[in-house]
Design a protein around this ligand. Structure first.
Ligand code: COI
Length: 360
């Protein structure tokens, strides 16, 4: 059944102002946004409308107590000009995992996919066709009760905005092993895409930048021994021909790109180990000349090669030009996303057929 999403189109598009060959990540927004409100019982006021600013009371609870979550996903365009969403149901389900952990209402998966499909179709012209570019989709949910007291909000706002984007990282990244600050502990909210996880990472990230590194590599919060993830991505290591990535222990994000890469690697016959991985093991592999590749994986970043890891005052240096798996994976995943490589795992959700009649 249709969810009853109202559609109000922008009278004029801003698209002519955008240089699609040079789009800074995170700053350029498409013409429309999806919005919905939770009234304590159900989701209401579902609408796709022109992107606009919203007015909120200073006591809006999300600002005070961080009851806010988000997702990051992508749409591409195939060679025939059809929009393709990448694993939207998986993102919807992960959004709901985050919502449950943060005491927020779930958003029905089918309505999430329907809303996104309609939004993408309306803003189809904003999907950049360039290689390595895509329409980044940012669903966000926030607590909107106007109340200064610590409890869960009864009312929430859900919004989905779209941003045409080029590559998140235009060059290999350097990482600093974090030995003082912690991103997540057992029993915490590390697995949720909670806004506060990112807020808490900013200060250590700033210190890492001051030391000349792009990102922090987080260690476990108990012993500072095992690798968790990187600021904006999950992380993969190729050690002596074996791909190793930290297991999903509840403290790291269940990355959808991470899962896609593991599936592709195993399908191609590579051994992938999901297990606790200590920084000592990585360091020893480096000293033995067995650390062959290090790359991050995430929706925004897709695959970002790592060329330097700072650990205990020294740098492990890698040469991404020698990486074999990371470029193969990048071209595979980009090919699937653009509909050029067979989608054996049903990750692609084409949106042209099911919603066109309804909205054009
Ligand atoms: C993503 O990859 O979608 C993320 O959410 C990471 C970052 C841009 C916050």
């Amino acid at each position: 059944m249709e969810a009853g999403i109202k559609i109000r189109r922008a009278t004029e598009s801003r698209i002519a102002e955008v240089d699609f060959n040079n789009i800074p990540f995170g700053r350029v927004f498409s013409d429309h946004i999806f919005m919905a409100d939770y009234d304590g019982q159900q989701w209401i006021n579902m609408e796709i409308c022109p992107l606009h600013k919203i007015a909120l009371h200073p006591a809006t609870m999300a600002w005070h107590y961080g009851q806010a979550i988000f997702e990051g996903m992508k749409a591409s365009i195939d060679d025939e000009g059809n929009p393709l969403l990448f694993r939207p149901e998986d993102h919807a389900k992960r959004f709901n995992v985050s919502a449950r952990r943060m005491c927020m209402p779930e958003f029905p998966v089918d309505v999430f996919v329907e809303a996104l499909s309609k939004l993408i179709l309306i803003d189809k012209a904003w999907i950049p066709p360039q290689e390595e570019s895509a329409l980044y989709i940012r669903p966000v949910m926030m607590a909107t009760d106007e109340f200064v007291g610590v409890r869960s909000s009864d009312h929430f706002k859900m919004m989905v905005m779209c941003l045409p984007s080029g590559p998140y990282y235009s060059k290999p990244v350097s990482l600093l092993v974090e030995e003082k600050y912690v991103r997540a502990c057992d029993g915490g909210v590390g697995e949720a895409k909670a806004a506060g996880n990112y807020g808490a990472s900013l200060y250590p990230a700033k210190l890492a930048k001051q030391k000349g590194y792009d990102q922090v590599m987080w260690m476990d919060g108990r012993e500072f021994k095992y690798v968790q993830e990187v600021g904006t991505m999950n992380i993969f290591f190729v050690i002596d021909g074996v791909v190793v990535t930290p297991n999903l222990s509840g403290t790291i994000l269940k990355g959808i790109t991470r899962d896609s890469l593991i599936t592709l690697l195993r399908e191609k016959g590579h051994t992938v180990e999901e297990r606790p991985l200590s920084i000592e093991e990585i360091h020893l592999a480096y000293l033995d000349g067995k650390l062959q590749e290090v790359f991050g994986a995430g929706t925004a970043a897709v695959i970002a090669n790592v060329d330097r890891i700072g650990y205990k005052g020294e740098d492990m240096i890698l040469n991404p030009e020698n990486f074999k798996l990371s470029p193969m994976l990048k071209s595979e995943i980009n090919g699937i996303r653009k509909g050029r490589i067979e989608d054996k795992h049903h990750w692609i959700h084409p949106v042209y057929s099911e919603v066109l009649a309804d909205i054009v």
